[in-house]
Design a protein around this ligand. Structure first.
Ligand SMILES: *Cc1c(COP(=O)(O)O)cnc(C)c1O
Length: 833
């Protein structure tokens, strides 16, 4: 787009009183037509469906920008406290459908767009997912922004505008192939470039200590190589309330003089190379979910986000208050989404001291009051550490500050526990050893006013294990904020038929007050209501079956139980356990033991990190088992298995309404919360799950009788690890023995013998952290109970309704209200909707 609206609270005279845009279908269609034929210069509608999408998006964006300006002006006028949500990932998915839903004109638009001969769903389908995240953590950030805008809280998201988002997953010969996702190539109508707000970010160089006029020792970061950060704003509309918040994403580029010095020296190509190096920083999202990988470019990304965002916030402050920071801490909160943006801690200290003249104590008082940290995992491989040598080379001034923070912190530890040197080295932000490392999680805990986990169990385990020493020192910092998901995207928009039935039954207010869903519970006993509920589930299953047919070429029978596991592929999530169950069913059918087998369609989907060999092998196994199962005429009427490629937000919007059974089967104590579990529950799926993450709270809400629970709990897992003997478990279990034999004898890989040996070995390994064999029997028996429960459709439907009815707690509106009550303390700012 060439015409970029100028979003600011200070509108020049003559522009402030533009007449409001019409919200009726006709006005929107007029604007759509003008953008399509004049701005974009297109003629044939059916040859340019993407441009139809773009034109309709811009017509809607205009209406959002109107409200955006008013919202931002009202925040400025009130000089209100604000929260800044810092995250390396925002897994936004698509924007157009969400914009129309939240501005309440989707119906009218659908009608009027029929004039184009295109169905609205077809137009919506043109949009490329904004895949700027890996999985749960990034999607949580997206749900949070929706809830903040819906609750009318002055919250702004800060992230990175990756040129390439999460890779596209293709399957070839059963193996995962990764393709780059150049999502911006055909333009993005939902972003507005704000070149005028660019900031410089420093790398390299060294710290120069000097004495100022008053004789004070000061520091400055010199001889750095700077890059430019350019912001791109995306609007975040609240649900039908006139509020539009901002997600600001930073793109890196070379500074002019960076280019020019080389250029003037006669090295044109070096000048261009410098530009490339600068642009590399925001080129690609790291595709590792829940594992750190220590690459220098990743640290550059993290610092780039932290520095650009803080400079942006401080510039706005200084333009109003000069260098008077007295009230700054009362007006700002920086919520860190995991340790990824933790460079914000030393960077805020640096900016306050080196750029704005504050002393250490003043700067620390501000930093430690404004920063709050959310932990997302207990997995040791996910805890970020940076070699001190690398950190010092890249961010020398920040390393100075971290060392000073650590020295002062360890002094406090020594005062609290005199003579306990072991504790001091245990708690040190700098890990000693042959290669010294900066422990980012400890830095975040030391500097934060609040430290939270994302489900009750997870928050408790943080206090008991990972952060136990810190919990003893500062128990008041620690709290829980159980995750949630936005009901607008995950029900209203993705499951319109069910949402309409709910609204017809209990009224429309549940969309912003999900506790009202509990009013559905009595209708579980109403046979007519159940029939309607079942009919809608069947239609949603048909929609999902069409997707499976298109992308996997396999026919799913809507009368079979749809058994779904979609999430990142990781050993702790135990897709392997799911496959063992499928192989067990296959084995039963082949042995003629078909008694009580309910026809079942199993869908597994998710991406593996490109360097995670075991996860990639598990994908190959799903496809290998699927090929044998689906091709066997004796088996396939009773059992189907598919691996659905390229799992992403827009796919989940179709998957989740069509699920009967939601697989949440991680090893207890390993899944921090899970949010997929919540999306399925809201849409009336039953969960088969372990006592892990938010599953525990899901079961508490819905009752054990409406939940298929199996497996060891977190304590039993730790206990079992001390005496784990998988070979003995396998030997004693005939079913598991047969499954293991089929795997070991290459039954599913006759022409690629041996490829699953590492998987077989991992299950037999007494050090298998995920205890796959330990939970097998309990899982198989519980699956059997689920299958027979499904045969009683009336009762199953009753349980399905009760799941939706009990899902109210898992709205991200509740989560955000909790963050606000306990940590942020923001006022709600009403708009004229
Ligand atoms: C919700 C969601 C996730 C998180 O799923 P979990 O089951 O909680 O791991 C990951 N990816 C996408 C696309 C999602 O929508």
């Amino acid at each position: 787009m060439n015409s970029r609206p100028f979003v600011t609270s200070k509108t020049p005279a003559g522009f402030a009183d533009l007449p409001p845009l019409g919200m009726d279908g006709k006005s929107i269609f007029e604007d759509f037509r003008r953008y399509f034929s004049r701005t974009l210069g297109r003629n044939e509608l059916n040859e340019a469906t993407y441009h139809v999408y773009t034109s309709l998006s811009v017509a809607w964006r205009d209406r959002i920008v109107e409200r955006w300006k008013k919202t931002q002006a009202s925040y400025d006028d009130r000089d209100t406290k604000r929260t800044f949500y810092l995250s390396l990932e925002f897994l936004m998915g698509r924007a157009l459908g969400n914009a129309m839903l939240n501005l309440d004109e989707k119906g009218a638009t659908a009608d009027i767009m029929k004039k184009t001969g295109l169905a609205l769903e077809e137009i919506i389908d043109q949009e490329h997912d904004a895949g700027l995240g890996n999985g749960g953590l990034g999607r949580l950030a997206a749900c949070f922004l929706d809830s903040c805008a819906t609750l009318q809280l002055p919250v702004m998201g800060y992230g990175i505008r990756y040129e390439y988002g999460m890779f596209r997953q293709k399957i070839e010969n059963g193996y995962q192939l990764e393709e780059p996702d150049h999502w911006l190539r055909i333009g993005n109508p939902w972003e507005i470039e704000r070149q005028e707000l660019s900031v410089r970010v420093k790398f390299g160089g060294y710290t120069d200590f000097y004495t100022d006029e008053s004789g004070t020792t000061k520091a400055r970061w010199v001889h750095s190589h700077d890059v430019l950060a350019i912001p791109y704003d995306m609007p975040i509309p609240g649900y039908r309330n006139g509020t539009v918040n901002t997600l600001r994403l930073w793109k890196s580029t070379a500074t002019d003089e960076f280019d020019l010095n080389e250029f003037n020296a006669g090295s044109y190509s070096e000048a261009v190379a410098a530009k490339n190096a600068a642009e590399h920083i925001t080129m690609v999202l790291y595709p590792n979910d829940a594992s750190e990988n220590g690459k220098e470019l990743r640290l550059r990304q993290q610092y780039f986000l932290a520095s650009a965002s803080l400079q942006d916030v401080l510039r706005a402050w200084v333009s109003k208050h000069g260098n008077d920071f007295t009230d700054f801490a009362d007006k700002h909160c920086f919520q860190l989404n995991d340790t990824h943006p933790t460079c914000a801690v030393p960077e805020l200290m640096r900016l306050l001291m080196d750029e704005h003249g504050l002393g250490w104590d003043e700067a620390w008082a501000i930093t430690s009051k404004t920063v709050a940290y959310t932990n997302h995992t207990l997995l040791p491989e996910a805890l970020e550490k940076w070699p001190v040598s690398m950190f010092g080379r890249l961010l020398p001034r920040l390393l100075d500050i971290i060392c000073e923070i650590n020295a002062r912190f360890l002094t406090a530890v020594a005062q609290r526990w005199p003579g306990d040197g072991e504790r001091q080295s245990r708690m040190s932000i700098i890990e000693e050893g042959p290669e010294k490392q900066v422990r980012m999680a400890y830095l975040a805990v030391v500097a934060s006013t609040s430290v939270n986990g994302v489900a009750e169990l997870h928050s408790r385990l943080l206090q008991q294990h990972l952060f136990h020493d810190f919990y003893e020192l500062w128990p008041e910092k620690f709290n829980n904020k159980t995750n949630g998901v936005t009901p607008r995207r995950w029900m209203t928009s993705s499951n319109p038929e069910l949402s309409a039935l709910i609204t017809a039954t209990i009224g429309p207010d549940w969309v912003t007050d999900t506790q009202q869903l509990s009013k559905l519970a009595p209708f579980a006993e109403d046979a007519k209501f159940r029939a309607k509920w079942r009919k809608i589930k069947l239609a949603n299953k048909a929609r999902l079956a069409a997707l499976v047919k298109r992308d996997c070429g396999v026919d799913f029978d809507v009368n079979a139980i749809f058994d779904i596991q979609v999430k990142r592929i990781h050993e702790y999530k135990r897709q392997l356990l799911n496959i063992l169950h499928v192989i067990h069913l296959y084995d039963r059918i082949k042995r003629g033991d078909k008694q009580g087998i309910t026809p079942r369609c199993v869908l597994i989907g998710g991406k593996a990190a490109p360097g995670y060999m075991m996860a990639k092998r598990i994908i190959k196994l799903v496809n290998a088992v699927a090929a044998v199962v689906n091709a066997d005429p004796e088996v396939s009427p009773l059992l189907k298995l598919v691996f659905l490629p390229d799992y992403r937000v827009s796919a989940m919007e179709i998957i989740c309404p069509g699920a009967d059974l939601s697989e949440q089967i991680s090893t207890a104590g390993k899944e921090a919360s899970g949010t997929g579990n919540m999306k399925f529950m809201m849409n009336g799926a039953m969960t088969i799950g372990t006592l892990d993450g938010a599953n525990i709270e899901i079961m508490e809400e819905v009752g054990e009788e409406n939940f298929f629970l199996f497996g060891l709990n977190a304590e039993e897992v730790e206990d079992m690890k001390r005496r784990y003997d998988p070979a003995a478990i396998i030997a004693q279990d005939e079913d598991l023995s047969r499954v293991m034999h089929l795997l070991a004898c290459n039954h599913f890989n006759l022409f690629e013998p041996g490829i699953f040996d590492p998987i077989v070995d991992s299950i037999y390994n007494p050090h298998d952290q995920w205890l796959t064999a330990a939970d097998f029997r309990s899982y198989i028996d519980t699956q059997k109970a689920a299958a027979s429960a499904y045969l009683d459709q009336e009762h199953w439907t009753r349980m399905s309704i009760l799941n939706t009815a009990a899902s109210g707690k898992f709205s991200s509106d509740r989560t955000i209200a909790d963050y606000n009550k306990d940590i942020w303390h923001l006022p709600t700012i009403k708009q004229h909707a």
